[in-house]
Design a protein around this ligand. Structure first.
Ligand SMILES: Cc1cc2nc3c(=O)[nH]c(=O)nc-3n(C[C@H](O)[C@H](O)[C@H](O)COP(=O)(O)O)c2cc1C
Length: 171
């Protein structure tokens, strides 16, 4: 098995990619070797003992490429140490409360139950109006979702610290 942790992400406008990068940087600072990449770049999983997979959430769903990755590699992932994260809500307060109880995409719940991740996190996201398409702007307006960057870097880094600790314990 490879020593490196694989940090894979699915991101439309880059903010989830930055969360993945921040997790990777934090792990490296804790002497954990890491490979970080867009989930679309991964064809085979061979060798990684620990996998962190994160996706941006759109209309309650993970991005297609992240959902497909989870399903396509379900069996392999069920034999590995897996950590999942979603990113999305803008505004102050607990992400799950902001999203009316949402914790994970319903259509992937069975796959998640089978994989049994060590932890599943839900982080705040970022809405940059300039980047959004016309229809997206309308949706965001209709939902009254606050614009701006609400990512909680302290929380993200302490999540990475917990993974680093578990990595060193199980080494
Ligand atoms: C059209 C649209 C729909 C969204 N739907 C959700 C949602 O259902 N749940 C959620 O938590 N965030 C939702 N968001 C917020 C995004 O997940 C958030 O902007 C995230 O940080 C985007 O990540 P990315 O930059 O990696 O694509 C939505 C954003 C847009 C523009």
């Amino acid at each position: 098995m490879k020593k490196e942790i694989l940090v894979a992400y699915a991101s439309k406008y880059g903010s989830t990619a930055e969360i993945a990068q921040s997790i990777a940087d934090r792990l490296r600072s804790r002497e954990v070797p890491v490979i970080v990449c867009d989930v679309r770049e991964i064809e085979v999983l061979n060798g990684y003992r620990t996998v962190i997979l994160g996706s941006a959430v759109y209309a309650g769903q993970w991005r297609k490429e992240a959902a497909e990755f989870l399903k396509d590699h379900q069996t392999e992932l069920s034999h590995r140490q897996v950590y999942l994260f979603s990113s999305g809500p803008t505004g102050e307060g607990n992400p799950t409360e902001l999203m009316n109880g949402w914790q994970f995409p319903e259509n992937l719940q069975d796959v998640k139950d089978d994989i049994k991740p060590r932890d599943t996190a839900f982080f705040h996201g970022k809405l940059d109006e300039e980047k959004l398409g016309f229809a997206e702007k309308l949706i965001v307006k209709a939902l009254k979702a606050p614009l701006g960057d609400f990512r909680d870097w302290d929380l993200i880094q302490s999540w990475a610290d917990q993974i680093a600790e578990e990595y060193h314990q199980s080494a």
